[in-house]
Design a protein around this ligand. Structure first.
Ligand code: HEM
Length: 364
C-alpha cells in the first residue's frame, strides 16, 4: 500500500519532494542512518567533522581526474604534472582545487579535534571513536606526505630522501619503505599506489567506523557545569532534526568549495623545478614544519621521535583525563596542557620559518 501511495505524487497534499524522498527511503532505508541531533549541534563547531568529510569528497573527485593524466614513473612524473597544468582542459584549476582543499581539510580536521577536546567528547563511552579520529589524522598526514612526493619536484625529492632515511631508522620493518623492497616497481610508484588506493581504502574504513560510532553513541552532551561523561541528554534539551543537520553540513561544505575555488583562481597550486639529486634547499609543508627545528637538533630521527610523541600523546588523552566532568572549567589541567602544547607547536613553527634550510639527509 505504501508503495502505491508513493507512486502517486502530489495527490495527497504532499509535496513532490516529500514523495520522492519517501519513494527512495522505502527502498534504501536511509532513515535508519539518522541519529538524534541536539539543537546545539547545529552550530559550526559541531559541523567541522562534516565539513572535513565534504572536503574529502572534493579531494576524491579532483584526484580521480588527475589520475587520468599523471604518470607515476620517476622519469615521467614531473613532466606529466606539467602536462596537467599546461595541456589538460582546466587541469591547472582542478589540481589547484585539490591542493587548496588538502590544505583546508587539515585545518578543519584540527579544528574538529580541538572542538572534541574542548567539549570533553573523547570521554566515556567515546574513547574508541577518539582513537579512530587519531587514526584519521595520521592518514591525513599520510595523504599530505605522499601527495608532496608524487609531484616529483625538488621538494618531493627531498621529502623522499627523508622518507627513506626514516625507513632505515625503523630497522627490519623499514624495508617496506625502501627502494630495495621491490626491484620491479620504483618507490615513487609505490607511494603513488599508497596515495590513490591504500590510504583511501583505510580512510573509508575508518570514516565508516567513525560515523557508525557517532550514530550509535550519539553526539556528546552539552558540556555544562553539571554534565557528566556517559550521561544522556537532560530532559529539557531541545532537539533539532537530522535532515537539517545534514543540510547544514552540505551548506558549509559548499562554502568550503567556494573558498577553494577562489583560492585556486587567484593562487594556482605551485610546482617546483625538477629535482637536483643530493640538494636540500626546501622545508616541509606547513603541517609538518614544526618538526623542522627538532630535525635541526636530532637529525632525521627528530621527525620519527617528534611524530611518535605527538601521536602517542594524542592517543593517551582519554586515558589520562579520567574525571567524569565535561565542562572545560572543571578540566583546567587538560585545557592548560592543550594550551601549552599549542604554544610549543607555534614556537616550533616560528623557529622553522626563521631558520635557513640545511642538509639533514645523505640525499640517497
Ligand atoms: C578525516 C577526518 C575526520 C572526519 C571526516 C570526521 C568526521 C566526524 C563527524 C562527521 C562527526 C560528527 C559530529 C561533528 O561533525 O563534529 C565526528 C565526530 C567525532 N569525531 Fe571526528 N572526524 C575526523 C577526524 C577526527 C579526529 C582527528 C578526532 C580526534 C582525534 C575525531 C574524534 C571525533 C569524536 C570523539 C567524535 C564524537 C563527537 C561527539 O560525540 O560530540 N575525529 N567526526
Amino acid at each position: 500500500m505504501a508503495q502505491v501511495q508513493s507512486a502517486l505524487p502530489l495527490t495527497h497534499g504532499k509535496g513532490f519532494r516529500d514523495n520522492l524522498w519517501q519513494t527512495i527511503d522505502e527502498r534504501l532505508s536511509l532513515h535508519s542512518l539518522a541519529y538524534p541531533v541536539p539543537e546545539y549541534a547545529n552550530t559550526i563547531p559541531y559541523i567541522l567533522g562534516g565539513i572535513t568529510l565534504f572536503g574529502f569528497i572534493i579531494l576524491f573527485a579532483t584526484g580521480i581526474v588527475m589520475t587520468q593524466f599523471y604518470h607515476p614513473h620517476p622519469s615521467e612524473a614531473h613532466d606529466s604534472v606539467t602536462y596537467i597544468i599546461t595541456q589538460v582542459p582546466f587541469g591547472d584549476f582542478i589540481r589547484s582545487i585539490h591542493f587548496w582543499t588538502a590544505n583546508l581539510v587539515v585545518i578543519t580536521a584540527l579544528l574538529h579535534l580541538l572542538r572534541i577536546y574542548w567539549t570533553g567528547s573523547y570521554k566515556k563511552p567515546r574513547e574508541a571513536n577518539w582513537l579512530v579520529g587519531v587514526g584519521l589524522l595520521a592518514l591525513i598526514i599520510g595523504f599530505v606526505f605522499t601527495g608532496t612526493i608524487i609531484k616529483w619536484d625538488q621538494e618531493a625529492s627531498e621529502a623522499l630522501s627523508h622518507f627513506k632515511e626514516v625507513g632505515e631508522l625503523l630497522g627490519g620493518f623499514g624495508v617496506l619503505f625502501s627502494s630495495e623492497f621491490s626491484r620491479s616497481i620504483p618507490l615513487l610508484t609505490r607511494l603513488y599506489t599508497s596515495h590513490i588506493t591504500i590510504l583511501p581504502f583505510l580512510f573509508l574504513g575508518l570514516v565508516a567506523m567513525h560515523l557508525f560510532l557517532v550514530k550509535t553513541l550519539k553526539i556528546s552532551p552539552k558540556p555544562t557545569e553539571t554534565a557528566l561523561a556517559g550521561d544522556g541528554y537532560p530532559p529539557e534539551q531541545k532537539m533539532g532534526n537530522f535532515a537539517g543537520h545534514i543540510r547544514r553540513m552540505i551548506g558549509f561544505g559548499l562554502i568550503l568549495l567556494a573558498i577553494v575555488t577562489a583560492l585556486s583562481y587567484f593562487f594556482p597550486a605551485p610546482l617546483g623545478l625538477k629535482a637536483v639529486p643530493g640538494e636540500e634547499v626546501t622545508k616541509p609543508p606547513w603541517m609538518l614544519l614544526w618538526l623542522y627545528p627538532i630535525e635541526n637538533v636530532l637529525g632525521v630521527a627528530g621527525i620519527l621521535y617528534g611524530g611518535i610523541v605527538f601521536f602517542v600523546l594524542l592517543a593517551l588523552v582519554p586515558f589520562v583525563d579520567r574525571s567524569p566532568w565535561l565542562a572545560p572549567s572543571r578540566r583546567r589541567g587538560m585545557i592548560i596542557a592543550a594550551i601549552v602544547t599549542i604554544v610549543i607547536l607555534i614556537a616550533l613553527l616560528v623557529l622553522a620559518l626563521m631558520s635557513v634550510p640545511v642538509t639533514h639527509t645523505t640525499g640517497g
